[in-house]
Design a binder for this molecule. Sequence first.
Ligand code: NAD
Length: 297
Amino acid sequence: NDKVVGFIGLGNMGGHQAMNLLKKGHKLVVYDISKDNVQKLTEKGATSAPTPADVAKQADIIVTMLPASAHVRSVYLGEKGILSTVKKGALLLDSSTIDPQTARDVANDALKAGAIMLDCPVSGGTGGAEAGTLTFMVGGAETDFERAKPYLQAMGKNIVHCGDVGTGQVAKVCNNLVLGISMIAVSEAMNLGVKLGMDPKKLSGIFNTSSARCWSSELYNPCPGVLESAPASRGYTGGFGSALMNKDLGLAVDSAKSIGEPLPLGNNAHQIYTMMVTKGLGGKDFSAVYEFLQKNK
Ligand code: NAD
């Protein structure tokens, strides 16, 4: 395969995803505003480009993994953005979590520039990104989805076509609505159980074989020491930042408001993560809500 793959946004998730594309033998050209993050990839054989436009000049497929809608707009539509130089027929795969409307708008602009953009947000956390087992939720035409699939398979295991452009983001926002709420639920219950005298490992073991079983308990337990692999056991670092979860719940709250649907728990959860961000915990993993609840009685 002599196609050149571009990758922009080499953070906690994108860094691993790009590494997996390299490992699968793809020719990779990368860009990030963080020089350190770029270097981690060039050390392993990727080449770097000075701007998104320079990535787009060379690449047939470009994957982007950026924090939020504003970053996606600037990387695609900005002066030195992807669409200023994109190749005709290039495939643009945005795996950031952003609002569905921005996904549709940028995909429209991409079409005008002669390229095809699909929204491909992911689930599975940094562990899934590293292991190449992410779930991709893809919005776009079926034929474009088939073209994108081999590249997404290099980074993930479950590649799901959700529907038209934007529906990948709808699926992702709804998934994270459940996740944001369930992490608070597990945190409240773990804290209560431990304070009432239960051993945390025993308690989570019971959850995981009982009706409280969920991802937040089983694979990402917020109580330090319960799971060695979880961010809670390394000071809540290297996972999914509270600021990003706050952003995602904001997307859910805004979407619900815009169509007049109820979101009582989502609204509450959003307020809790907003408080965490206000208290300076935005960079910590969102499971630090466990600690936050203990400290803010
Ligand atoms: P991150 O903050 O670790 O990484 C973002 C990267 O983008 C950084 O390297 C940053 O330097 C770079 N960046 C920012 N602005 C840029 C620009 N203008 N041009 C080029 N690079 C730029 O974030 P992350 O945890 O990797 O998350 C990325 C996206 O994936 C977010 O939308 C997040 O909601 C979503 N997501 C994260 C997780 C997770 O567990 N971390 C899981 C699923 C989805």
